[in-house]
Design a binder for this molecule. Structure first.
Ligand SMILES: Cc1cc2nc3c(=O)[nH]c(=O)nc-3n(C[C@H](O)[C@H](O)[C@H](O)COP(=O)(O)O)c2cc1C
Length: 199
């Protein structure tokens, strides 16, 4: 499949040109931009129209830095429960002195959901893609960040997230970072043979 042989329009162009950004400018996004992005999240589909998700946006630098310390500490104790290379890589990176799990982005959005709800991850992931596309349409960069999902049972992180209003029983599904793009990421080629059409 080749982009040149597919239909082009504004929405499709937004989907095709979004990239995960890992380098951000040191300035906050505007309130209207955040509101717009969060509103796009809650318009995602949800299983049985559950809408049991909670989106917590953190824009306070000190809180984000404190969270970074807790993530760094959390990784020291954390033993990955499988050999997914991303997890081991993330744990190894966290040992670097200048480690910052959210790439110093000015805004972090945590998507959490009710415990034991089978579609928790699916609903939050769909909402996250809305967040990424909305951010991209506004000229902002974004990235999926998995660290708080992996460390979702770390008691120190949960205490801190509880102070921020995230219920202790909620599962931390996924997080997104948003900000003005410092350095743009290059598109990563898509693997071949991942589409199968039966006519
Ligand atoms: C479930 C999931 C977890 C991800 N976790 C991270 C992460 O923790 N840190 C990160 O930098 N990127 C993360 N990403 C982003 C992917 O690395 C990225 O989407 C992929 O390399 C393709 O690049 P693109 O988004 O620019 O097309 C994650 C993406 C997904 C879907």
């Amino acid at each position: 499949m080749d982009n040149a042989n597919t239909i082009q329009n504004e929405v499709l162009n937004c989907i095709l040109t979004r990239r995960s950004t890992r380098n951000y400018e040191n300035r906050q996004i505007e309130m209207l931009q955040l509101d717009t992005i969060l509103n796009s999240a809650i318009w995602a589909p949800s299983g049985g129209n559950s809408q049991t998700w909670l989106f917590t946006a953190i824009q306070n630098k000190e809180i984000l830095l404190k969270l970074n310390v807790l993530v760094k500490e959390g990784f020291q104790k954390w033993i990955p429960d499988d050999d997914y290379p991303g997890k081991l890589g993330a744990k190894a990176s966290s040992e670097k002195q200048n480690y910052n799990f959210y790439y110093h982005a000015p805004t972090l959005i945590i998507a959490s959901n009710q415990p034991g709800y089978e579609n928790a991850m699916a609903d939050c992931s769909l909402a996250l893609e809305n967040i990424f596309l909305a951010a991209h349409s506004l000229g902002l960069g974004s990235c999926y960040i998995n660290q708080l999902h992996w460390l979702r049972n770390d008691p120190n992180i949960r205490d801190f997230l509880f102070e921020l209003g995230i219920p202790k029983e909620h599962t931390i599904c996924s997080t997104a970072v948003i900000g003005y793009i410092g350095k743009a990421s290059s598109p990563l080629p898509r693997k071949k043979d991942t589409i199968h059409i039966i006519r």
